[in-house]
Design a protein around this ligand. Structure first.
Ligand SMILES: Nc1nc2c(c(=O)[nH]1)N[C@H]1C(S)=C(S)[C@@H](COP(=O)(O)OP(=O)(O)OC[C@H]3O[C@@H](n4cnc5c(=O)[nH]c(N)nc54)[C@H](O)[C@@H]3O)O[C@H]1N2
Ligand SMILES: Nc1nc2c(c(=O)[nH]1)N[C@H]1C(S)=C(S)[C@@H](COP(=O)(O)OP(=O)(O)OC[C@H]3O[C@@H](n4cnc5c(=O)[nH]c(N)nc54)[C@H](O)[C@@H]3O)O[C@H]1N2
Ligand SMILES: [Mo]
Length: 746
């Protein structure tokens, strides 16, 4: 038996291999709370679902006139590597010659695997940039609305994400921690690019023991662990803005708003005040008004508002809040509320986003930019908002608003995907299925026969990170790890780098792509570039050989004791924000000038397109589709560890017992979840600790369309969600705005 150290996006593991099989996976000593998700590797990596050889879809190969017809419902031919590479390269050449580079969609969004060199999208982008570029995607499914609105009102997203208040500053300072969307511990298992120490739970517990009182504002009680003894307020999904406005109204009318701070550090409070008092629209945003929308009692809203003003209060919002219709608004309103409390920049006061969304959020490690694979420049310079992919495929030539611009959709002829699964991440999959049949050709690199591979024409079998050597290091982690190859490439798989090298060779730019460097040369090159940046920052990295021998490196500590907003608090003149006014923009003239009806110039309650007021009769239940506890998205859903969390092989829908009783449904039953967009099957679980009008179905079941019960078979919530941008400003995904009905399946 031999042990190898390798990295995943949910932690670093020591992996034991015996006779070519993985026999044991355990967390490393540096990780105080290794994630159980590591167990997916045991049978997942070498699972039967691996793609063994390059494969080309029969209909695409044999029926040139009707090559798109059977995409997603066809058989594949195994094809030798050389032949498959040549066919794919010729098709890329044809599309570029006949339609130009913008006709290739290389946006390829998704989480892929840990490892800086073998990062699938980086490899794809380097390759496609040398080919003359493509249509790319901008922003993320995670935080699109935040990424677009926050720079207008407070700060660029990367600054917000990496420099915001740390949990260290919460411990011992924050008296009241109000978490909209909670602090779900299951999500803090994961961090993009990898994570060494899982310490969110420990830090939150330290805060509790030091006296922090937590308030969980969420339709689901379990969104804050019970041992943190949270108070639970359960608004109707998608109504947080109304609730926050009710709180703001109390602060304003009871003289609790921090007038000095609002005057010295913010612009636009007069407009906020007019809106709160209903000066122009005749509607006071009183606790009664708020209560009628969000379902939280007016008295509770009043009490919370007063308490917030009395205590050192920290306001947090989960990323989920901005993944709904008008998802820009809750974030803007949270900033507004924090400004009214006037504690921004004080230890343990103010606001922040995504604590518990990923393991790194709120950590106070040194933020170091490790070198990446050079990707070059996209010569087309063209990108669409990431979640508008189906719109783009369906509506070539149409125009879409985005952040003050108008973007014209290209006519997509070829999709190249590596390291993401649109049949996991996109909303309204039945619509995506129609859109996905539009292009002439879909090429996918994948280790497994996941839905995106099944829906491709040309499939290249990719290795997993356990079959490669790499470096795991992130700007948000304190460590770097040398990832040891634990297994030989399985079957006929090749790394994404080798796949693109093969294509580049046929296309005549292999040398430009590889720079004649081997995998090891690239790792050394990246390490040496990181060494130079470290030197500039006044510390030294070990040599590449030393790093390789030791396997792990910890950055010198640089604990940030001051919150980034502390300087701004001290002097908005000397330390202005990067907004047009240098201040916190409670009203944004820039956004107001865009003239968007669905994103006005200040935080506003806007009815979601779809909520109980609109269609209570047919679809009385709000569907939330949170992140899954036993895996990352759709990755390793085929593994035993993920499948052990299912009911009869289907994802679990959780419902309040009374809602179940009304429908004569029992725990463990097979149910059909449906609305006008689609239907899926799920296994039923009951939980008294969530709203009666809300059901949850985690994401990640592999999309399996079928006619059985007229429903998707595995429990993929994205057959139900709506494919609509958050607003004309950000065009982010709005998965959490979704109504459904649930019925028994007999
Ligand atoms: N309804 C609903 N939908 C959502 C969300 C929600 O909350 N609700 N959340 C959204 C969010 S925040 C996100 S980030 C997205 C996530 O969506 P994705 O990131 O697209 O989902 P993953 O399942 O992580 O997809 C990664 C794919 O890459 C493959 N892969 C792994 N390693 C490699 C590799 O080395 N090479 C190659 N070529 N492929 C590899 C995996 O097999 C997998 O198919 O989902 C979004 N969708
Ligand atoms: N185990 C695991 N962890 C993960 C991931 C994973 O796949 N698996 N994915 C990672 C990724 S890519 C991301 S982006 C983050 C996502 O991090 P988040 O977006 O914060 O996570 P979600 O699980 O989508 O939602 C968090 C909670 O918000 C609540 N909620 C939903 N809608 C509303 C609402 O309108 N109002 C209120 N008040 N609450 C609401 C839900 O009950 C849900 O449990 O998680 C990361 N962590
Ligand atoms: Mo995400």
């Amino acid at each position: 038996m031999k042990r190898f150290r390798n990295a995943t996006q949910w932690g670093i593991y020591d992996i034991a291999v015996e006779s070519g099989r993985i026999v044991d996976v355990k967390g490393i000593d540096e990780d105080p709370e290794a994630s159980a998700i590591g167990q997916v590797l045991l049978d997942g990596v070498q699972h039967d679902s691996r793609i063994q050889r390059p494969a080309i879809r029969k209909g695409w190969l044999e029926n040139p006139d009707r090559r798109r017809d059977r995409r997603g419902a066809d058989e594949f031919h195994d094809v030798p590597w050389d032949e498959a590479l040549e066919i794919a390269a010729n098709e890329l050449t044809r599309v570029v010659a006949e339609h130009g580079n913008k006709a290739i969609f290389g946006g390829s969004y998704g989480w892929a695997s840990a490892g800086r060199f073998h990062h699938a999208q980086s490899q794809l982008h380097r390759f496609i940039n040398l080919l003359g570029g493509c249509t790319r995607a901008m922003n993320s499914y995670s935080t699109a609305a935040a990424q677009v609105i926050l720079p207008h009102i407070i700060a660029p997203w990367p600054q917000m994400e990496l420099q915001q208040t740390t949990l260290e500053s919460v411990v011992g300072h924050t008296e009241l921690f109000v978490a909209f969307g909670g602090l779900p511990s299951r999500n803090a298992q994961v961090a993009y690019g990898g994570v060494t120490e899982h310490r969110t739970a420990k830090d939150l517990l330290r805060a509790r023991l030091a006296g922090t009182e937590f308030v969980n504002v969420s339709p689901v009680a379990g969104d804050i662990d019970a041992h943190l003894q949270p108070t639970w307020l359960a608004p109707i999904p998608g109504t947080d803005v109304a609730l926050m406005l009710g709180i703001a109204y109390v602060l304003e009318t009871e003289g609790l708003a921090a007038r000095d701070f609002l005057h010295s550090h913010c612009v636009g409070y007069t407009k906020v005040k007019d809106y709160l008092l209903g000066t122009n629209d005749g509607m006071a945003k009183s606790p009664d008004w708020a209560s009628s929308i969000c379902g939280v009692e007016a008295k509770t809203i009043e009490t919370l508002a007063r308490k917030m003003a009395q205590k050192r209060t920290f306001l947090a919002a989960a990323w989920s809040l901005q993944r709904g219709d008008h998802g820009e608004q809750p974030y803007w309103m949270l900033c507004t509320l924090a400004a009214m409390l006037g504690q921004i920049g004080l230890p343990g006061g103010g606001f922040g986003f995504g604590y518990s969304a990923e393991a790194f959020v709120g950590t106070n490690y040194r933020r170091f930019n490790w070198a990446t694979l050079p990707k070059g420049r996209n010569p087309t310079g063209f990108a669409i908002p990431v979640a508008r992919i189906a719109d783009m495929l369906l509506n070539p030539g149409a125009t879409v608003d985005y952040n003050g611009d108008e973007i014209v959709y290209p006519d997509t002829k070829l999709i190249y995907w590596a390291g993401g699964n649109p049949f996991h991440h996109h909303q309204d999959l039945n619509r995506l299925v129609k859109a996905w049949r539009k292009p002439d050709t879909v090429i996918v690199n994948e280790p497994w026969w996941t839905p995106v591979a099944q829906w491709a024409d040309i499939v290249f079998p990719a290795t997993t990170s356990l079959e490669r050597t790499d470096i795991c290091a992130s700007s948000h982690d304190a460590y770097a790890h040398y990832m040891q190859q634990a297994l030989p490439p399985q079957h006929d798989a090749r790394s994404d780098h080798e796949i693109f090298t093969g294509l580049a060779r046929v296309l005549g730019f292999a040398e430009a792509f590889t720079e004649n460097k081997s995998e090891r040369d690239w790792l050394r090159d990246m390490w040496e570039r990181s060494q130079s940046s470290a030197k500039q920052q006044g510390f030294q990295l070990p040599t590449f050989e030393e790093f390789e021998a030791k396997g792990i490196y910890r950055l010198p500590e640089e604990h940030r004791v001051r919150d980034w907003m502390a300087d701004f608090r001290e002097s908005p003149e000397l330390s202005p924000l990067q907004t047009p006014s240098g201040k916190l923009e409670l009203y944004s003239a820039t956004i107001a000038d865009f003239g968007y009806d669905d994103c006005p110039g200040q935080a506003t309650w806007l009815e979601p397109l779809e909520w109980q007021e609109t269609d209570r009769q047919r679809y009385p239940l709000h569907l939330l589709s949170p992140q899954p506890k036993r895996r990352l998205h759709s990755q390793y859903d085929q593994s035993k560890f993920s499948q052990d969390g299912k009911i009869d092989g289907r994802e679990v829908l959780t419902m309040h017992p009374e809602a179940a009783a009304e429908r004569q449904l029992k725990a463990g039953a097979l149910v059909r979840v449906f609305n006008e967009r689609g239907a899926c099957l799920a296994g039923l679980s009951l939980d008294i600790n969530q709203r009666k009008d809300t059901v949850t179905l985690p994401t990640g079941a592999w999309f399996k369309p079928s006619t059985g019960y007229g429903a998707e078979q595995n429990g993929n919530p994205n057959v139900l969600t709506r494919d609509k941008g958050t607003s004309r400003l950000a065009q982010g995904p709005s998965a959490h705005t979704c109504l459904v009905q649930v019925e028994a399946v007999n």
